[in-house]
Design a protein around this ligand. Structure first.
Ligand code: AMP
Length: 209
């Protein structure tokens, strides 16, 4: 299978080729068609499997295809447990959107929020965030999440282990209920599955463990 077979649009395909990816990894082969079809997804997969591209590529494709001129509100929200992971995801979005007009912001705690707020005020399409700081900014009306079309929960088990469950629940209250949700976790104990089922709608399931 090739990325062309996955019906990836030309500007993203070109970026993928420039990065040097030849063949989609198993999670990409399975996840990309599900995400492009608009379904919710629950994926059990470790870091290192190509999981980031498995959600970043089709999320970018969907917001590019749905894009209405003049809408500067964020449309994709990725929640991830750590600043390091947020940075890696952001780098992936930058690479895959090289030939698209997509703006993104990286939101995490432990640093001043001034620059993060300034970027948000200019209008972004994609937010990649750790939960605590994003909740602070949403609570202060520094960002509106009401136009989010795709929510990605990355490394959900780690986020729950780190005690982010209440922050995530509060962030969910800022999001539209009509949205696509992609839920990734390296492990799927019953507590995680229960949480996933409570926020997903008829999800397709992928298990690469
Ligand atoms: P991830 O699981 O998203 O952290 O990705 C793990 C590593 O695999 C990263 O270094 C990616 O650049 C690389 N990678 C992801 N997808 C592919 C692919 N289809 N072909 C080659 N390398 C890839």
């Amino acid at each position: 299978m090739t990325f062309e077979d996955l019906k990836i649009i030309k500007p993203i395909l070109q970026a993928v080729q420039e990065i040097g990816y030849n063949t989609p990894s198993p999670i990409q082969q399975q996840a990309i068609p599900i995400v492009l079809s608009g379904n919710d997804l629950i994926g059990c997969a470790q870091t290192g499997t190509g999981k980031t591209a498995a959600f970043a590529i089709p999320a970018l494709q969907r917001i590019t295809e749905n894009k209405k001129t003049g809408n500067t509100a964020p449309k994709v929200l990725v929640l991830t447990p750590t600043r390091e992971l947020a940075g890696q995801i952001s780098e992936n979005f930058t690479l895959f959107s090289k030939h698209l007009r997509i703006r993104q912001s990286l939101i995490y705690g432990g640093v001043s929020a001034v620059n993060q707020i300034a970027i948000l005020k200019k209008g972004v399409d994609v937010i990649i965030a750790t939960p605590g700081r994003l909740l602070d900014l949403a609570g202060q009306n520094q960002v509106s999440l009401k136009d989010i079309e795709i929510l990605v929960l990355d490394e959900a088990d780690t986020m729950l282990d780190m005690g982010f469950i209440n922050d995530i629940k509060k962030i969910l209250a800022f999001l539209p209920t009509k949205r696509q949700t992609l839920f990734f976790s390296a492990t799927m104990p019953s507590s995680i599955r229960k949480f996933a089922t409570s926020i997903l709608k008829q999800p397709q399931e992928i298990n690469l463990n």
